[in-house]
Structures are given as C-alpha cells and as structure tokens.
Design a protein around this ligand. Structure first.
Ligand code: PXP
Length: 247
C-alpha cells in the first residue's frame, strides 16, 4: 500500500465564482498558491469547451503560481489537444464533456472511442505528459484504457457518493468493491489507479482506504467548504482525513 495517498485539488470552482461577475476576483492563481501551502500534492483544472471554469489565460498563471504538478482535464478535441501539447501538463486527463451538463457526469467510453482517442493519447505521451482517462469502475473500460496505452485511470466515485448520501449502504458497498477491484486490476496492468468526483469529508475515508489508489482529485466540496472555513483549512481537513484513512 502506498503509505500516502496524494490529494489533487480541483480549483475550477474558484474560477466559476470569479466568472459569475466577469472580473478578476477570486483569482485561481491565489488558490493555486494556497493549495501548495496547505499540503495539496497537485492541481486539477478543467479547460472546458465553454470556458465556464478556468480560461486559456489562467493556464500559465496557475503554472507560475506553484511547482505542483498539474492535471489538465479536457475533452478529446483537436482544439484541446493543441492547447495541451503547448502547455505540457504533467498529466493530461481525458473526460467526456457535454455542454448541457452541470459537471462531468460519467466516465469516458474508451471501449467505443478507441479510434478517436488513440492518436490523442499517443501524441500527448510522446510530448512528455502522462495520460489519464476518467472512467467508471468497469473492467471493460479499464481493459480498453490499457489497450490504448493510458498511464493513469481515474475511477469515477460519483455513483458511490450518491449512494452513500441516499443511505443506500448495500449498493454503496457494492460500488466500493467495484472501485477496489478495478484499482487492483489497474495495478496488475501497470496503470496507476486514481479516483475522484463528488468526494466529501463524509465519503472520502473508504475510498482513501483502497490501498492501490495513489491519488484522489477533489474540488467542489473543498471549495464549498472554503466559504465557511477558508481554503487552507478545508484542504488541511481533507488531507487529515485521507492520512487517517491510511494510518
Ligand atoms: N475528477 C474529474 C475527472 C472531474 O471531472 C472532477 C470535476 O471536475 C473531479 C475529479 C473533482 O470532482 P468534484 O469537484 O466533484 O470534487
């Protein structure tokens, strides 16, 4: 078991609040500095087609704010590929993207999208980025991610969190087992397993206890909690819960 599970903090929603007024505040640059200071291990940012979160000009500013590795979430489009090839994130993560969705609603269908995704994965890897695919905890998708050469798979924890919040304990337990099983299988395949989406203080512990997982990417809850306690305190509490889960 990796002793420490990394925390990647998704700071998109700092930009969402900024964009609501069209000005400069609050600035994701400042959030990136705080993530570093508070013990975050990486930054996740999603450059969406509609630019509702971070914008193109934020990329370099966030890079300049910190030494932390950057996980750039993106749709598999030529526009995003060009941007990622120039920006060279430590990790380029493909996610499905629909304009009408509130957030990334499900994992990528790598099995069906193989021919479309394969050249993107290859070019980004040749350019020096790790390539991550955001998928459901589904062995079929995991095998497809392996065949396409993914370095990392992030398993979607959204369904697990929803089931926990609906107090559907038995179903949540089954979903947790699926995530655990896929994390084990990913390691066997030489893929680094990560997880994220929708995680909260209440739901992070069982996920962080899956020994194979190397990193969790958490955003909305931390930024929401920051409204009440401050960003640094919200990150530190999430970090504490993750460390406690691994202790
Ligand atoms: N991982 C991926 C691939 C995501 O798309 C998101 C949301 O942007 C997250 C993790 C973080 O999810 P949340 O904001 O719900 O914590």
């Amino acid at each position: 078991m990796a002793e420490r599970i990394r925390l990647g903090v998704n700071i998109d929603h700092v930009a969402t609040i900024r964009n609501a007024r069209g000005g400069l505040h609050p600035d994701p640059f400042r959030a990136a500095e705080i993530v570093s200071r508070a013990g975050g291990d990486g930054l996740t940012i999603h450059l969406r087609e509609d630019r509702r979160h971070i914008r193109d000009e934020d990329l370099q500013r966030i890079r300049d704010a910190t030494q932390l590795p950057i996980n750039l979430e993106m749709a598999a489009t030529d526009e995003m590929l060009d941007i990622a090839l120039r920006f060279k994130p430590e990790t380029a993560m493909f996610v499905p993207e629909k304009r009408e969705e509130r957030t990334t609603e499900g994992g990528l269908d790598v099995a069906r999208g193989h021919n479309h995704l394969a050249p993107y994965v290859r070019q980004l890897k040749e350019n020096g980025s790790k390539v991550s695919l955001f998928i459901e905890p589904d062995p079929v998708q995991l095998m497809a991610a392996h065949q396409i050469g993914a370095s990392v798979t992030e398993f979607h924890t959204g369904r697990f969190v929803e089931l926990c919040h609906a107090e559907e304990g038995a179903l949540a337990g089954e979903e947790l087992e699926r995530i655990q099983m896929c994390a084990e299988k990913a390691v066997d395949l030489g893929i680094e397993p990560q997880a994220g989406h929708g995680l909260t203080y209440d739901t992070v512990t069982p996920i962080a206890q899956i020994p194979e997982l190397t990193e969790l990417n958490i955003g909305h809850f931390i930024i929401g909690e920051a409204v009440f306690v401050g960003l640094e305190a919200a990150i530190r509490e999430m970090r504490r819960l993750m460390d406690e889960a691994r202790a």
